[in-house]
Design a protein around this ligand. Sequence first.
Ligand code: G3P
Length: 221
Amino acid sequence: MKIFVDTADMEEIQEANEMGVLDGVTTNPTHISKQTGSFDDIIKEICEEVSGPVSAEVVATDFEGMMVEARHNASLANNVVVKIPITLDGLKAIKQCSDEGIKTNVTLCFSANQAMLAAKAGATYISPFMGRLDDVGHDGLDLIHQIRQIYDNYAFETEILGASLRSPKHVLDCALAGADVVTLPLDVLTKLLNHPLTDIGLERFLNDWKEWEAKQNGVPA
Ligand code: G3P
C-alpha cells in the first residue's frame, strides 16, 4: 500500500519524506489556505521535494473553468495529479483529463456509485473520505469495501486512495480492505510507528546491557 501525506506544509512534507516511506502528497484548498506564497510556487516546491504524485486541486466548479485549471496545474510539474470533485461538471472534466493524459485524483467521494462513475470516466485515483463519513454516523470502511468490490468485479484500474483518515485504526482498516493508497496527516503517519511495548522493551534491553557492561568492567551494580 502506498502512503501519501495530506498537507501543503513543507516542513511536514520534509519530515514525512525523511522517514523514507513516503510515496506522494495530497493537498486541498484548505491546506493551501494555511500557507503563504502563490499556489503555483507551493505546488512546485512540493513537487521538487517529493518525486511521487502530488495532488493539486481545482477550485472552479464549471467544466470549462476546471479544464483551464487542470491543464495549468498539470503544467506545473511532471508529478502533478489534478484533484477534481465528483460533481457533474467534475465528471466531465475527469473524462476530458483522461483523454488528454492528465492524471486525476477524484475528491469528496462519499458513495460507491460516485466511485464507479469516476472509474468509468478514467480517474487515476478515487478518494473516499472515511473520517467525514464516520463523523456523521456512517461507516467509512464500508465504502472502501464496496469500492474495492466494484473495482475488482469490473477490473477498473482506478486506485483507491483512502482519505480523511484520522487514526492508525483507519489506516489498518484501509490496508486490510485492499485500498491502494492512504493519505495521512503527519501525526497519524508518526503514530503508525509508536507502540508503548516497543518503548518499554527497548528501555529494558538498554538497562540490561548497561548492567552487563558494568559487570564486565568490574563495577559493582
Ligand atoms: O484531503 C482530503 C482529506 O484527506 C481531508 O481530510 O480530515 O479534512 O476530513 P479531513
